[in-house]
Design a protein around this ligand. Structure first.
Ligand SMILES: NC(=O)c1ccc[n+]([C@@H]2O[C@H](COP(=O)([O-])OP(=O)(O)OC[C@H]3O[C@@H](n4cnc5c(N)ncnc54)[C@H](O)[C@@H]3O)[C@@H](O)[C@H]2O)c1
Ligand SMILES: O=c1ccn([C@@H]2O[C@H](COP(=O)(O)OP(=O)(O)O[C@H]3O[C@H](CO)[C@@H](O)[C@H](O)[C@H]3O)[C@@H](O)[C@H]2O)c(=O)[nH]1
Length: 471
């Protein structure tokens, strides 16, 4: 094996939900390494550099990490070329959304941002680099990156490509990065590939135990990321499918999940029934896996994974329908308070949030909707609703939707409260005051199994929870 390069300067291309927190934590844990995070988006970089630390993403504990190292060994910049030129190791952490047009539209990952970043590395690098795929990509993307880099490299520039997918979850990103279940590094099993892998392993070894750093082949690493997300999402769709049976039979999904999860072969995590999973990753990565399976002429495999996403759509629509059915089969002209807009608690991210589908369905039934979320900016909510309902002008949507300043405000004069995100503050609301301010009968629909349904019933609410008999 060639002796591994000691990494002294890291550049991360993409200052988003992954690049920002991941590389900020590397800077914190490796004070001897200079870390520069670059992005084309000027306003995002300005926010990362803002004096009052109003960072572009909300993530508990992130501001402390950035405060500890920004200006010391952590830098944010729009000068992508300089970042590339100076680094020994480059993380490519750009977005890989689902393709909207062309071959594979609606399923395949859009690799345009990966390709542009790779071409930029090839064009401006004047010394050898280790290039690390951090973004989630289809299996064998590293091969395309290598072809682009090798076809465009200058003399004496060598590029070694690694796959190092990220497993952090939003809302717990800092904790996940401090104490990862595992760090996965995929490399070609050549002397150079193994040496590059050793260089990156040495970076993580500053704070991650060696036995948690897994070294595998490149393609296994790329596929593991898709597989991990598919299997996590599959658990949620499985428990959500069972929640429908619970509602029809009088069984209680929390009791079923608890008892099933007690089996050590199953385990208790990711068995919380909900109004449906959201987030930028699960749906995108499963559709990516579906596309991969179809491209490999494995239609049964594709159908198997597609069903996980279909079950999720069913769950969101089934929940909205239960709201309408319970409110005497019509919500026309009725006011519904939707508590939570983020796809999960402790994040301001709304990508693929179940709340968007619920609100769209309520507006379709010509209801009025009050929305409150403690972290999602109002412009984001308008943007998401406009994208979800492209056939209605924003002004029309705004006639039906009010953005409220608090949960209490949202519930005022409403006929029903729908809990779409499991923010802790919704558990702690003064529900008696909410009840007093609502129209009667006052309904609560708990899409997150968050509140104490029996306590609310004692106040007078009619309560319907996912996976339980209602009212
Ligand atoms: N969000 C998560 O929790 C999460 C977790 C694990 C993996 N991932 C994966 O990580 C990748 C990034 O996700 P994200 O949520 O951070 O995306 P994001 O959209 O928040 O950030 C991506 C950033 O890359 C920038 N960018 C794109 N092309 C660029 C270029 N050529 N040069 C410089 N900057 C460029 C964009 O401006 C954007 O700010 C995706 O592949 C995603 O699937 C995301
Ligand atoms: O028991 C559960 C667990 C989660 N969810 C929902 O599932 C979605 C995703 O939650 P979570 O996985 O916690 O957040 P993400 O930030 O989307 O993280 C997932 O996606 C990331 C991006 O690929 C991966 O890195 C993480 O490992 C993976 O957990 C959210 O809407 C949750 O509310 C449930 O409904 N029930």
């Amino acid at each position: 094996m060639a002796s591994p390069v000691e990494v002294k300067k890291i550049c991360c291309i993409g200052a988003g939900y992954v690049g920002g927190p991941t590389c900020a934590v590397i800077a914190l844990k490796c004070p001897h390494i200079q870390v520069t995070i670059v992005d084309l988006n000027q306003s995002r970089i300005d926010a990362w550099n803002s004096e009052d630390f109003s960072l572009p993403i909300y993530e508990p504990g992130l501001d402390d990490v950035v405060k500890a190292c920004r200006g010391r060994n952590l830098f944010f910049s729009t000068d992508v070329n300089k970042g590339i030129q100076e680094a020994d190791l480059i993380f490519v952490s750009v977005n890989t959304p689902t393709k909207k047009n062309g071959v594979g539209a609606g399923y395949a990952a859009d690799l345009n941002y990966i390709e542009l970043a790779t071409r930029q590395i090839a064009a401006v690098a004047t010394s050898s680099k280790i290039v690390v795929e951090k973004s989630t990509v289809p299996c064998r993307t590293a091969e395309s990156m290598r072809t682009i880099l090798e076809a465009n490299s200058k003399p004496n520039c060598r590029f070694d490509i690694l796959s190092n997918p990220e497993f952090l979850a939003e809302g717990t990103a800092i904790d996940d990065l401090f104490n990862p279940d595992r760090v996965l590094i995929g490399s070609l099993q050549t002397p150079e590939g193994i040496s590059a892998c050793a260089s990156l392993t040495a970076v993580y070894a500053n704070w991650v135990a060696k036995e948690r750093i897994l070294n595998v082949g490149l393609w296994s690493s790329e596929l593991t990321k898709l597989a991990a997300n598919a299997m996590l999402a599959q658990r949620i769709s499985s428990i959500n499918a069972l929640s429908a049976i619970c509602e029809a039979t009088g069984a209680n999904i929390d009791e079923v999940a608890h008892a099933v999860g007690y089996d050590s072969r199953v385990g208790p995590k990711f068995l919380k029934a909900s109004v449906g999973f959201g987030g930028s990753c699960f749906q995108k990565d499963i559709l990516n896996l579906v596309y991969l399976s179809e491209s490999l002429h494995l239609p049964e495999v594709a159908a198997y994974w597609r069903q996980v996403v279909e079950m999720n759509e069913y769950q969101k629509n089934r929940f909205s329908k239960r709201v309408v059915d319970t409110l005497f089969n019509t919500i026309t002209g009725k006011r519904i308070a939707v508590l939570g807009f983020a796809f999960k608690a402790d994040t301001g991210d709304t990508r693929e949030s179940a709340a968007i589908t619920l609100i769209k369905n309520f507006l379709n039934e010509t209801a009025y909707v009050n929305v409150y979320d403690p972290k999602v900016p109002h412009e984001q909510i308008w943007q998401d609703l406009q994208e979800a309902i492209p056939n209605k002008p924003l002004e029309t949507i705004q006639k039906q939707v009010t953005l409220s300043a608090s949960a209490m405000d949202a519930c005022l004069n409403a006929e029903a409260v729908v809990i779409a995100t499991e923010w802790k503050e919704f558990k702690e609301i003064d529900w008696q005051t909410v009840y007093d301010s609502m129209k009667k009968p006052a309904f609560v629909f708990d899409g997150r199994l968050l509140v104490d349904a029996d306590a609310l019933r004692k106040i007078g609410f009619k309560v319907t929870s996912i996976g339980r008999g209602g009212v």
